[in-house]
Write a protein that binds this ligand. Sequence first.
Ligand code: GCO
Length: 450
Amino acid sequence: MPFPTNFQWGVATASYQIEGAPYKVGGGRSVWDMFCERPGAISDRSNGDVACDHYNRYKEDVALMKELGIPNYRMSIAWPRVIPDGVGKVNAEGLAFYDKLIDELLESGIQPHVTLFHWDLPYELYLKGGWMNRDSADWFADYAKIVVDKLSDRVASWMTLNEPQCFIGLGQHSGVHAPGDKLNFKEVLLAGHHAMLAHGKAVQVIRAGCSKPTRVGWAPVGAPKIPATNSPADIDAAREATFTTTSKTVWSNTWWNDPVFFGTYPQQEVELFGSDAPVPRAGDMETICQPLDFFGANIYTGDIIKADPVTGNPIEVSHDLGTGRTIYHWAVTPDALYWGPKFFYERYGKPIVVTENGMGLSDWVARDGKVHDPQRIDYLSRYLAAFERAADDGVEVEGYFQWSFMDNFEWYEGYKFRFGIVHVDYQTQVRTPKDSAYWYRDVIAANGIV
Ligand code: GCO
């Protein structure tokens, strides 16, 4: 059995995607509230005002998690719910919501894994420049301290930022996520630098504020490359492609993880980005590079790479014609959960936590009252088999968080794309565990795929 006995099986969600009631009892506005008001920004014209109404139904949701035998829950905190203006006055009622939620989880035997930032930046901070403002690192550290002081007596697992590639890249470069900006590349990288500083400062706050043993990490996009064949040349090419970047893009593994784990920006990208690359101030890289306990990554798919027969250089090749696709049209590539953990473990040397993995579909309640999602079961079982193989090959694996516990607000796709193992009827808020939820319960009980 390659998964260790203390392996963390879990599910993941994020505040804006499930909670609803963003302004309830004193909460503030986030950039996602702003973005959703923009005509055309969200494909079904929806927003997170109600979402899964988790704010009001958290007890029911936790009870369902317990019933489904889920021992670990990755959740995030809405910064503007806790500090409506992002800095300054704390909204006691907002903080109390998370306090009650954590108690409810622990009373149900479920360990909370808290992400401090899953994209709902306070709107008031956006007006001050958001991540473009170097002070954002301190704003975030101050917010982290409020949360850590309140919850760290009970929360022993923390993640700072979710997917900087997305909230910086999609949020401020391509503009398809909140706040919807299209900055030039130099400014994008500057915002990213500040986000990494925020990460480092938050890690310091967590370490200083926690009295009991605590695991700390972050949850970037993990974009592994998959070798086209098992030839050593293709494997080397895939490894090289996983850790290099060929254009001015933030879709990089190394741009974000090298500073955080090694304290340096990757030289190859610094050269490629030229004068767009940020110039760190004295001490910045030391602040960014705080000791972390695990390598977290959200992994959904991977590109296929082979070695150029003459030069050996990586070349991207198409997925096989007719390859299975998720509702986002992401290729179904289970080997991403073999090669990703393997390459990341080789380079960064930390135990791997898959902080997200799952399949978006458009599923519905069938005439028999159940939700049949055989494709999701097949997807998850293939990916888990690959992860298990990585463990078998000596990769230290610490946890796996399925995205997502329940259907929710899927950003610019609104409520059309469903990632849950629990179906949510948005008219009635009725939750229906899908077939995959019962399947996952059995996987967890067996500590591996069944
Ligand atoms: C992500 C996000 C999730 C998405 C999921 C599916 O980190 O991209 O963490 O919020 O909903 O990945 O797209």
